[in-house]
Design a protein around this ligand. Structure first.
Ligand code: NAD
Ligand code: IPM
Ligand code: MN
Length: 355
């Protein structure tokens, strides 16, 4: 297993360090792992003047899988757009063709009280958001800020999806639904946006190949509401890049904290980049208080999707459940009666549980 490690910025290095300890434990137990650490985002800009430099590109292109912390920070927000950390992240996703973003929102029963929603609303929650990751308004041209015909400054972006882009993400989503409860909800804004009306048309066409999957459609505004009203009505959700970005952050709170939500970003051959759904959390960076579990759970996803090692994925997920059952909590999921631990303290607990 050749794994590239990209700690990134903010809390990135702190949370990735805990996942690397998990990896080292697996290695000590005999797993053949080889890791190379390279910068991405602000850390790469500081070192090379580019958020996705050639040195990083060379390593990630030949790695089997990539583990990323997070990128971004206020000190980079005034750089020219092409030098900003977020551009580095978008560039690596596009460069490696990582179009399939899986964001599983699963509630560990131990965290039912950590969610801001009522326990009965979230108990037993297990949904999979399939977000298209290399198209949409994120990448559509034209884009920019210019002076329009009326002589006024104007900002613009373009929402675009090609048929092949929709077909390939639909295939990913239907196949995942087939392995789960066979329910797929496609989220769009077809009542207003032609691009997503087209999305819906293609999804309906692809559905003919999956007669065993029950397909439904929902407008994104309603979906945002339904996710907090009755999230358990969903099994798999498939949606475009921008809607998926927003809905997955919303769904993270159903699991107790954004610090719990992992992700996989896959190409057509299951090569993948694995990262927590959250960002670099500049407000808590450097304090050793961030929740590393989303990153550790992203490592579990790597074992499952890229390396087809369901056994190791389960071992990591079981260790996470064990530490939650033992009562260990970082600040974001802390409740009275549990034991508050630091980021590295949570890492200690997970490594101990693995043993
Ligand atoms: P954020 O996800 O970084 O933080 C939102 C809130 O959640 C903050 O209060 C933060 O402290 C908290 N939080 C996030 N992760 C946590 C964790 N593991 N444990 C405990 N609390 C956690 O979102 P933001 O503040 O909007 O963005 C901050 C920076 O991160 C920006 O530069 C943004 O562009 C970047 N970002 C990067 C990624 C990524 O690398 N994939 C994702 C989202 C945002
Ligand atoms: C995420 C992030 C990124 C996105 C940003 C940092 C480019 O919010 O991974 O969810 O919007 O995709
Ligand atoms: Mn996001």
């Amino acid at each position: 297993m050749k794994i590239a490690i990209l700690p990134g910025d903010g809390i990135g290095p702190e949370i990735v360090a805990q996942a690397v300890r998990v990896l080292e434990k697996l290695k000590a137990d005999g797993l053949a792992v080889e890791t190379v650490t390279v910068p991405l985002g602000g850390a790469a800009y500081d070192q090379y003047g580019e958020p996705y430099p050639e040195a990083t590109r060379d390593v990630v292109r030949t790695a089997d899988a990539i583990l990323l912390g997070a990128v971004g920070g206020p000190q980079y927000d005034t750089l020219p757009r092409d030098k900003r950390p977020e551009r580095g992240l978008l560039a690596i996703r596009k460069d490696l063709g990582l179009f399939g973003n899986l964001r599983p929102a699963m509630l560990y029963p131990e965290l039912a009280g950590a969610s801001t929603l009522k326990p009965e609303v979230v108990a037993g929650l297990d949904i999979m958001i399939v977000r298209e990751l290399t198209g949409d308004i994120y990448f559509g041209q034209p884009r920019g800020i210019h002076v329009n015909d009326a002589g006024e400054r104007e900002g613009f972006n373009t929402m675009r999806y090609s048929e092949s882009e929709i077909r390939r993400i639909a295939k990913v989503a239907f196949e995942i639904a087939q392995k789960r409860n066979k329910k797929l909800c496609s989220v769009d804004k077809a009542n207003v946006l032609e691009c997503t009306e087209f999305w819906k048309e293609i999804i309906i066409d692809v559905a003919k190949q999956y007669p065993d999957v029950e397909l439904s459609h929902m407008y994104v505004d309603n979906a945002a509401m339904q996710l907090v009203r009755n999230p358990k009505q969903f099994d798999v959700i498939v949606t475009g890049n921008i809607f998926g970005d927003i809905l997955s952050d919303e769904a993270s709170m159903l699991t107790g904290s954004i610090g719990m939500l992992p992700s996989a970003s896959l190409d057509a051959n299951n090569k993948g980049l694995y990262e927590p759904c959250h960002g670099s959390a500049p407000d808590i960076a450097g304090k050793n208080v961030a929740n590393p579990l989303a990153t550790i759970l992203s490592l579990a996803m790597m074992m499952r999707y890229t390396f087809a090692r369901e056994d190791i994925a389960k071992r990591i997920e079981t260790a996470v459940q064990t530490v939650l059952r033992q009562g260990y909590r970082t600040a974001d999921i802390y409740e009275a009666g549990t034991q508050k631990v630091s980021c590295s303290g949570m890492g200690d607990a997970v490594v101990a549980a693995l043993a």
